[in-house]
Design a protein around this ligand. Structure first.
Ligand code: HPA
Ligand code: ZN
Length: 328
């Protein structure tokens, strides 16, 4: 079964490029750029990857981004992930980036987007891997800040397929970003938002009804509402679920209690993704392996999850059909 999972071509729809920064590259860039890391070595840093909740993780994740300075750094970061795509047989990926975590430190938007984009172009040239870039607003910052980033993004409109919303969820509901999402929609961007990772079902309703998103990132808290479950099923709203992340951030206390199999059996449009694989013990295959091992996924379940990912992606129909034929 592990070979079966490994060999299937896969898509990934929920991946923060800053969350692929491996400790080795973090130390290398820190040394090159003269940035201090508050850990003596890689082992000590890895020991700090022991999180009680989302905020615990975000504090370390944003601290890690400080080593990224030049366009080449962003290229190297994204290229390292491309190599993981090859290993994991990910043939299409839609990656998030958090420009505000860099522009706040004085890095130009241009440096970030061009570095990432160049690596993704090379991914296509060298490995035939297709990709899209989604810009995420940091929800702990203001809507006014988000408008500034959106304006900046318009200079690179062709490189960015969609807009997302991430960072500290509780206390920062989707409705806080109603106007900027409205503007992004008018500009033709696809829309996604993290909702129902830690916070309850009202955040998922807001993402759907106020932000009008095309996909929900995480969304696992929908399980607490029969009414919402019914709606997600009828409308077949894609949920980009990240099992390893949910375990590492204590959204579920153990793998056996993760609800992805129940969501799938109920008929929801769920997908499997790796979120921040450098921090959450493994890339996409590891997420599938764990879900398979602990939740008794069948071959049909695995195929359905992968099919859902391609169908929920932001690629055009002909490419979608090409990928769907590969897994048939
Ligand atoms: N949730 C919210 N924000 C994030 C995450 C996440 O899982 N990963 C990186 N930023
Ligand atoms: Zn995420």
């Amino acid at each position: 079964m592990l070979e079966y999972i490994k060999n299937l071509p896969k898509a990934e729809l929920h991946l923060h490029i800053e969350g692929t920064l491996e400790p080795e590259l973090m130390f290398k860039l820190a040394k090159k750029n003269g940035i201090e890391i508050p850990y003596k070595n890689i082992n000590e840093l890895k020991k700090a990857y022991n999180f009680s909740n989302l905020q615990d993780f975000l504090d370390i994740y944003y601290a890690g981004t400080r080593v990224l300075i030049t366009k080449q750094d962003f290229y190297d970061l994204a290229w390292a992930y491309v190599e993981k795509c090859v290993e994991n047989n990910i043939v299409h990926t839609e990656i998030f980036f958090d420009p505000q975590s860099h522009t706040k430190r004085g890095i130009d938007f241009k440096t970030i987007i061009l570095g990432i984009n160049e690596a993704l172009n090379d991914a296509y040239k060298k490995h035939n891997i297709t990709s899209k870039i989604i810009l995420c607003f940091l929800r702990h910052l203001s809507e006014e800040d988000a408008f500034v980033v959106l304006e900046e993004a318009l200079k690179y409109r062709d490189l960015i397929v969609g807009i997302g919303l991430d960072s500290s969820e509780i206390g920062n509901p989707p409705s806080k970003f109603k106007n900027v999402f409205k503007k992004a929609k008018d500009l033709g961007f696809k829309l996604v938002a993290h909702a129902g990772e830690e916070a309850g079902e009202s955040y998922i309703y807001e993402a759907l009804d106020i932000l009008k998103v095309d996909r929900i990132d995480h969304g696992v808290q929908c399980f607490n509402s029969k009414e919402l479950m019914k709606r997600l099923k009828i409308e077949q709203i894609p949920l980009t679920v990240c099992p390893n992340s949910n375990i590492e951030l204590k959204v579920f206390d153990c793998y056996e209690n993760h609800n992805i199999k129940k969501l799938l059996d109920y008929g929801l449009n769920v997908t499997i993704n790796s979120d921040d694989p450098a921090y959450f013990k493994g890339y996409l295959n590891e997420n599938f392996f764990n879900a398979y091992k602990h939740l008794n996924l069948s071959k049909e379940d695995i195929k359905k999850l992968i099919t859902n990912s391609f169908k929920a992606s932001f690629i055009d129909d002909s490419l979608k059909n090409h990928y769907l034929n590969l897994i048939k």
